[in-house]
Write a protein that binds this ligand. Structure first.
Ligand SMILES: [Mg+2]
Length: 176
């Protein structure tokens, strides 16, 4: 029996994927987790790599929305420098704020991809919001103290589901 997929796609990092791949796959909106998906959790000022990557996404006609459980101060300071919309204190895995955002901006969920480094928080939210998802490896082994315990469970679940073939398609293999 084929069991449900936990996520649609997987990749080692968002930066390992060409921005054009997302438009080829039909995505117009990327909802991206901040801490350990875009940057390490204690990086407060977006590095050049992030600016360049988001610029490439914009050129592809893709809009980025940052989705974080972190507080207003951290998320707004980071995102305003990048000039992207954001959702802070999301309370993942609750999909409420993301669903509210989709409704208020009249966004078709079928054109959205949710990208995050945590199976438990991010992929569950995407599933609840009925959004396709991409699971990445965390950018860094360093985690905020509040994430350390859940990360241990996350790693175990990740290897279990990978063995069972339930972690979706590797997008790195899709690149030319
Ligand atoms: Mg994260």
């Amino acid at each position: 029996m084929v069991r449900d997929l936990i996520c649609t796609y997987r990749a080692s990092s968002i930066y390992s994927l060409k921005p054009s791949l997302f438009s080829k796959l039909g995505f117009k909106y990327l909802f991206i987790d901040l801490d350990n998906t875009l940057v390490q959790y204690d990086v407060m000022i977006p590095p050049k790599k992030v600016f360049l990557y988001l610029e490439e996404l914009r050129k592809e006609g893709i809009e980025v929305i940052i989705v974080s459980n972190n507080v207003y101060k951290r998320v707004s300071a980071f995102c305003s420098r990048l000039d992207v919309n954001y959702i802070y204190r999301t309370n993942k895995p609750s999909p409420k704020k993301v669903i509210r955002y989709l409704k208020s901006h009249s966004i078709d969920v079928n054109k959205c991809l949710y990208i995050g480094d945590q199976l438990i928080n991010d992929m569950i939210l995407a599933r609840k919001a009925k959004m396709r998802s991409l699971l990445t490896e965390p950018i860094s082994k360093k985690d905020h103290i509040s994430t350390r315990f859940i990360r241990m469970i996350d790693y175990r679940l990740r290897s279990y589901y990978l063995k069972k073939g339930r972690l979706g398609i590797s997008l790195e293999e899709q690149e030319d």
